[in-house]
Design a protein around this ligand. Structure first.
Ligand code: PBG
Length: 332
């Protein structure tokens, strides 16, 4: 393309007025692009604020249903659920994940009964249920076992699907789990339950507040580097995505978000499939800290970063700022 020289070309011309900026916007953001992650706690009528995520709370199932209603009223199509399992129910093998009456399943059923029109995404990984805080089963040396874990994850996914989950989202990074979960869902009569694979999930320092929220931070021994990806790697992310798609993932996720937009872009260009990113807890906390320090305007930071996800190629974004963003977008 040849571009006429100045002054025939003045790129500022299109930026002169608000109507023109709006007309020429290459990317748009709407509440329909958002998935709202929510934390669940036992009890009734409970709201428990999370100190490292100012503005985010854990909700008991009854109050969680109100959040799902709020999401629907705001035009947010889907919520993602994460339980804070009572300490007494955590074990080395994370068996509470398979209890059909665990917090997660009660929450799924309550939301699907009260707000059937909203999508419910559930995380598949054992960390909210294990006494050691890892996503899978460990051996005597603390190594997370792939194949033994995979077998439990299949049961966990079925438990969630039977309770009514719409999207199963394995976040564990075990090899081969998408194929195993897909086959089990088909066999068990859930052909339309989707799988959103956390395909490129990095061993990140941005997950700290989430681990407070689900109560796994203090328990975690060591790190998750033997299963989550090295932040140095991008080609490996493409291999992860290729495998998960081959195994039957309907959509894929990149996580964390902002620091990994290059991965989002490469995945989108290479595979042309629905790509989601997770603006994780540490990213939420950074924006809140900047706003609290007077270093930036919260509303503007939230909308600019969410738009950046869309520009990078995301179909949608998981964000703790989803309700704020939806309100801002609706008010405009
Ligand atoms: C658990 C899981 C994590 C997150 C989502 N699912 C934490 C981890 O892998 O340690 C992080 C989300 C966030 O930080 O907001 N497998």
């Amino acid at each position: 393309m040849s571009q006429a020289a100045f002054p025939a070309t003045r790129l500022r011309r299109l930026r002169t007025a608000a109507w023109s900026r709006s007309l020429h916007a290459e990317t748009s953001l709407s509440p329909a692009d958002l998935i709202w992650p929510l934390f669940i706690v036992d009890g009734s009528d409970v709201e428990e604020p999370i100190a490292t995520m100012p503005g985010v709370s854990r909700w008991s199932v009854d109050r969680l249903v109100e959040r799902a209603q709020e999401a629907q009223a705001l035009g947010i199509p889907c919520v993602a659920l994460f339980p804070n399992t009572p300490a007494g129910l955590r074990s080395d093998d994370g068996r509470e994940a398979l209890n059909p009456d665990n917090l997660m399943c009660r929450a799924i059923r309550a939301i699907k009964a009260a707000v059937p029109g909203i999508g419910v995404l559930t995380d598949v990984a054992l960390d909210p249920y294990t006494a050691h805080g890892h996503d899978g089963l460990i051996d005597a040396a603390g190594y997370v076992l792939n194949d033994a874990t995979k077998a439990v994850l299949v049961e966990q996914a079925l438990n969630q699907a039977r309770a009514g989950a719409d999207i199963i989202a394995p976040s564990d990074m075990m090899d081969g789990r998408v194929a195993a979960i897909r086959a089990a869902l088909e066999d068990d009569g859930h052909p339309n339950v989707q799988i959103m694979a956390y395909a490129a999930k990095y061993a990140s320092a941005f997950y700290g507040p989430f681990r407070d929220a689900v109560g796994s931070r203090g328990r975690l021994t060591g790190d998750k580097k033997s299963y989550q990806m090295d932040p140095a790697n991008a080609e490996e992310a493409l291999r992860e995505v290729a495998l998960d798609l081959h195994e039957g993932a309907d959509s894929v996720m990149v996580k964390p978000g902002l620091a990994y937009l290059d991965i989002v872009r490469r995945v989108k260009e290479r595979f042309e499939v629905p790509v989601f990113a997770y603006a994780v807890s540490g990213e939420y906390a950074m924006i809140e800290a900047a706003a609290a320090a007077g270093a930036g305007d919260r509303d503007a930071l939230v909308l600019e970063t969410l738009l950046a996800f869309k520009r990078a190629g995301c179909t949608g974004v998981l964000s703790y700022h989803a309700p704020l963003a939806a309100r801002l977008l609706t008010a405009r």
